[in-house]
Design a protein around this ligand. Structure first.
Ligand code: NAP
Ligand code: ZN
Ligand code: ZN
Length: 348
């Protein structure tokens, strides 16, 4: 089927209208009419080929919500009219240890929603800045009835990216948690960590977002541009989640961990950041990483957000403004996620 989307034709290019083919639904596929798609900073890294290996033309977008409009003959999990979501991957090998543990995000055969290759080894995947997507039912998420599709779209990447490490490192009452960077993924971390009962501190580069941060659920808010922040908070946190998309000195932040504390890196800057041994050995501290979350955990996160009425703070834009939105994200001028209203794609 022919589908209209927005694509970039080469690295660092501008996004523009692009018509392309999606497969007809196979036995277990469903067709989703996309209503909303969030803009993740990862879209920008990949459009600009900052991590290497980007494929073009590229239709970005992996924070997708919409409604099922067609189902393949053997689909059992969804029916026409269901409210559904698709996150960062649309398939995996289904056989390896990671897949069998529900950790498909760590499967070597994971098929990313866009900027990837289908398991046939040749078809490029294309993402959610488009009218429709065809996805195997096993890689589709159910959206809780009480959550609106626009504000829920960012949960499919930003939500799970913070929920997964918060759960893995046992965020909850009595735990002191810092989130570095109050952007798209960071603001979801503040909401989720607060709902889990942890004490939450935001470490932002200025105090400009302090009022927002506290409304979102932060107990404390500090500017990292102020050297006193690093003196005051030395040895304080059990867990720090670093969401920053740029190169910051991780060593400075490791010093803020208590004994046995962990800093989890989820932001993926373009360049490598050197880490010294002293901040780690002096305090038995750890540095770790975390990538999105598996299908089972993503559904658990959506259900948790449904129960606690957690959604993203968004600014809705027509797709024609996507290039401008990218610029604003790079300027930290978004509160806190742009979401594309896909109805706009038919407009001139
Ligand atoms: P975003 O909305 O642009 O937020 C990033 C935040 O980092 C900004 O709001 C800003 O927060 C802070 N920041 C940006 N530049 C900075 C600088 N030069 N110095 C200090 N702080 C700076 O991006 P996002 O969508 O949340 O994504 C953040 C990163 O996570 C990206 O690298 C993205 O690729 C990555 N990511 C990883 C995963 C995963 O699974 N691991 C999933 C999704 C995204 P303040 O204004 O508060 O300082
Ligand atoms: Zn993302
Ligand atoms: Zn696998």
């Amino acid at each position: 089927m022919q589908v209209l989307g927005y694509a970039v034709k080469q690295a660092k290019g501008m996004l523009g209208p692009y018509s392309f083919e999606r497969r007809q639904p196979r036995d277990h596929d469903i067709v989703i009419d996309i209503q909303y798609c969030g803009i993740c900073h990862t879209d920008i890294h990949q459009v600009n080929d900052e991590w290497g290996g980007s494929t073009f033309p590229m239709v970005p977008g992996h924070e997708i919500t919409g409604v099922v409009s067609q189902v393949g003959p053997r689909v059992t999990k969804y029916k026409i009219g269901d409210k559904v979501g698709v996150g960062c991957f649309v398939d995996s090998c289904r056989k390896c240890t990671s897949c069998s543990k529900g950790l498909e995000q760590y499967c070597a055969g994971m098929v990313t929603t866009y900027n990837g290759t289908e398991r046939d080894g040749k078809t490029l995947t294309q993402g959610g800045y488009s009218e429709k997507i065809v996805v195997d039912e096993n890689y589709v998420l159910k959206i809780p009835a009480n959550l609106p599709l626009d504000k829920t779209a960012p949960l499919l990447c930003a939500g799970i990216t913070l929920y997964s490490p918060l759960m893995h490192w046992n965020a909850g009452p009595g735990k002191k948690i810092a989130i570095i960077g109050l952007g798209g993924i960071g603001h979801m971390g503040v909401k989720i960590a607060h709902a889990l009962g942890a004490e939450v501190t935001v470490l932002s580069h200025s105090l400009k977002k302090e009022e927002d941060g506290k409304k979102l659920g932060a107990d404390y808010f500090y500017a990292t541009s102020d050297p006193k922040t690093f003196e005051k908070l030395k040895g304080y946190f059990d867990l720090i989640i670093n969401t920053v998309s740029a190169e910051i000195d991780w060593n400075q932040y490791l010093e803020l961990l208590a004994i046995d504390g962990t800093m989890v890196v989820v932001g993926i800057p373009e360049k490598q950041i050197p880490v010294g041994s002293f901040p780690l050995v002096a305090g038995r501290r750890s540095i770790a990483g975390s990538l999105i979350g598996g299908i089972k955990e993503t559904q658990e996160m959506l259900d948790f957000c449904g129960k606690n009425n957690i959604t993203s703070e968004i600014e809705i834009i027509p797709i024609q403004q996507v290039n401008e939105a990218y610029k604003r994200i790079l300027d930290s001028d978004v509160r806190y996620r742009f979401v594309i209203d896909m109805k706009s794609i038919k407009q001139k």
